[in-house]
Unconditional design. Structure first.
Length: 273
């Protein structure tokens, strides 16, 4: 907090923003004319959240781009009042205990969610599924655990599809501010809500979230933390283990089945295994 005015940390992902129903950041070639419009949509959602934070009297806003590599937020279009941390680094890189809250903008539901757009956890190819202390969760859960355990900071808002909003309420309570920007219809098609509407609602939601930030409590779970990871098949799991053991000498996981891994963690360093 600075002069009793809150500082807010926004994390942005590339699969959950307004107008998105494909893995554009990862799959489109850098020369594709479709790439920039998706980046503009993602940046628009973030800017709406930034504006709402300042509407509520925030003293500073930090935006962490957690989309795929360097092809997500357009820095030249980002609200100049926000500080941008580029993609890469550790989970929640840049967050500390001085922030009043974390907003998850453009997030998606976990792998296995049947009511969500582009549901996955960390990798759409390996189809990872995670359990934290026996409870299945996705990226939203991992961010909430890291924010609460490492920094004592609560998640105060989440935006994405209606499935993501459902998941956010299940993990973080019914009072969490959520803003749906699209929904998966029963026939498998996607209803993309108009940007003019979603940006207005994200701005209003962010303002409300900041005003209520003091009412939220950090998400807490028991440590040591038992993490279980399930991958697509035994072959994928074998390759995954080999890469981790080669590149991460302190990797703590062990194989518990043909396509499952497990670990008991003292810290969040290897939270995503």
């Amino acid at each position: 907090m600075t002069n009793n005015r809150p500082t807010i940390f926004i994390v942005a992902d590339s699969e959950g923003p307004t107008g998105v129903a494909e893995y554009w950041a990862r799959n489109l070639p850098s020369t594709s004319p479709r790439l920039r419009p998706f980046r503009e949509l993602m940046t628009g959602d973030v800017n709406a959240a930034v504006q709402g934070c300042f509407d509520a009297g925030a003293s500073a806003v930090v935006v962490k781009d957690d989309g795929f590599r360097d092809r997500n937020i357009l820095p030249e279009l980002l609200d100049p009042r926000a500080q941008l941390i580029l993609s890469g680094g550790s989970l929640l890189d840049g967050l500390d205990e001085h922030f009043a809250g974390v907003m998850l903008v453009g997030f998606h539901a976990m792998e296995g969610a049947t009511d969500a757009v582009l549901a996955h956890t960390w990798s759409s190819a390996r189809r990872r599924r995670y359990w934290f202390n026996g409870r299945e969760g996705g990226e939203l859960a991992a961010y909430a655990i890291a924010a609460g355990h490492d920094h004592g900071v609560p998640i105060i808002m989440a935006t994405g599809c209606t499935g993501l909003c459902r998941e956010a309420h299940a993990w973080l309570g019914p009072d969490l501010v959520t803003v749906p920007v699209k929904r998966l219809r029963s026939d498998g098609t996607v209803d993309l809500f108009p940007a003019a509407d979603t940006h207005s609602r994200i701005r209003a939601g962010a303002r409300t979230a900041v005003e209520r930030a003091h009412q939220h409590r950090p998400y807490r779970t028991r440590f040591p933390l038992a993490v279980r990871l399930q991958l697509t098949d035994p072959e994928t799991t074998t390759g995954y283990v080999a890469w981790r053991q080669q590149h991460k000498p302190d990797w703590p996981a062990h194989r518990t089945g043909p396509r499952t891994l497990g670990a008991i963690l003292q810290t969040t360093t290897h939270l995503v295994l």
